[in-house]
Write a protein that binds this ligand. Structure first.
Ligand SMILES: [Zn+2]
Length: 344
């Protein structure tokens, strides 16, 4: 059987599957100046309301678009308000349905994730994407370096001066449950994790893949298939140089970020977390076993707490979360980390 990529879908879940493209294209990101919808915050400028009406009309009902197309009249009446709420319920559930679309917030982001172009992008757009990607890579690089420093400290000898070794070991215990191991196993596991992050670092140093026509920043490229998924990578893709995926004829030694979905996200912290997550799938464990998704979330979430040491060593979010804590020096769960069990 052909090797399938591990795909991160719009809801943040990761599953193996085919890369496809199913949504209608639009050539530019949708944006509004003032809130649209119901409630006291809504300004409902005619031009903004028209933008939302047009955008929702382009979204298929299965994704929460209106079953009957809205009149594009710039007036936010009962039908438009219902269409906004229906879209939010479909995408975010009842709790996420406040009936209001605000500039730059999650509803407009999701509309863009669903609509952002699948067509070949013009050089100006391409340059914008490249600049956005490089901005996130700064955070990713910091997280990798912080993780490496933390691991070196944990591997080093005990010191009478407090260099933070205790804290470094505590982090490994919380994210990877290394406290369940004996000293010999612990040292091996710590070295294995360090090897994973050394490979992460090499991902940032891969030469640009110019023939893909994109970005050229380490292992990361914009998804040339125009897929609406957030991101995908092939398991151990780092070691698959020269291998080509059958169906779409794309190299397996790259990490693909969705032009519709990933690049519509404006939260750099979230983007960096997603990139750290994908890198774990991409590099794999030192013994060449795969790092997949055993559970999504932070070490304080039940989805992670129930995992054994070995499962965490093979769990992408454990690496992303550990590196994030090393970078921020905070054990608090960031708001963008979502807990979920993963179907395999
Ligand atoms: Zn994943």
């Amino acid at each position: 059987m052909a090797l399938q990529p591990i795909i991160m879908h719009l809801d943040g879940s990761c599953r193996k599957g085919e890369i496809g493209s199913s949504l209608p294209p639009t050539d530019q990101l949708v944006s509004i100046d003032q809130p649209v919808g119901s409630g006291f915050k809504a300004k409902n400028l005619a031009v903004d309301v028209r933008t939302i009406q047009e955008s929702l009309n382009k979204i298929a009902p299965m994704h929460g678009g209106p079953k009957v197309k809205l009149d594009v009249d710039g007036k936010c009446g009962p039908k438009t308000n219902k269409a906004i709420t229906d879209f939010q319920v479909q995408q975010f559930g009842i709790k996420g349905a406040d009936g209001l679309i605000e500039p730059g917030k999650q509803t407009i982001q999701r509309i863009n994730q669903l609509l952002f172009s699948s067509l070949p992008v013009d050089p100006t757009t391409n340059e914008k994407i490249r600049v956005q990607l490089i901005a996130h890579i700064g955070l990713v690089a910091k997280a990798i370096h912080a993780a490496q420093a933390n691991l070196m400290l944990a591997l080093g000898p005990p010191s009478t001066v407090d260099l933070g070794r205790g804290r470094a070991i505590d982090r490994l215990d919380r994210h990877f449950a290394l406290n369940a191991l004996n000293p010999v196993q612990r040292e091996k596991a710590t070295r294995d994790i360090l090897n994973v992050f050394n490979l992460y670092q090499q991902c940032l140093l891969l030469p640009p893949e110019l023939e893909l026509g994109f970005l050229g920043t380490g292992a990361f490229v914009a998804d040339p298939t125009g897929d609406h998924r957030i991101a995908f990578a092939f398991a151990n893709g780092f070691f698959r140089k020269g291998e080509i995926e059958d169906r779409r004829k794309i190299p397996m030694d790259r990490i693909y970020l969705g032009r519709r979905a990933f690049f519509a996200l404006t939260d750099s912290e979230l983007c960096a977390f997603i990139m750290l997550h994908e890198m774990a799938h991409f590099v794999g464990f030192p013994d060449k076993s795969y790092i997949l998704d055993e559970g999504r979330g932070w070490f304080t979430d039940d989805t992670i707490k129930k995992l054994t040491t070995n499962q965490r060593l093979h769990n992408a979010d454990s690496y992303a979360a550990f590196a994030t804590e090393c970078r921020t020096a905070s054990a608090n769960k960031p708001p963008y980390v979502k807990a979920s069990n993963t179907s395999r």
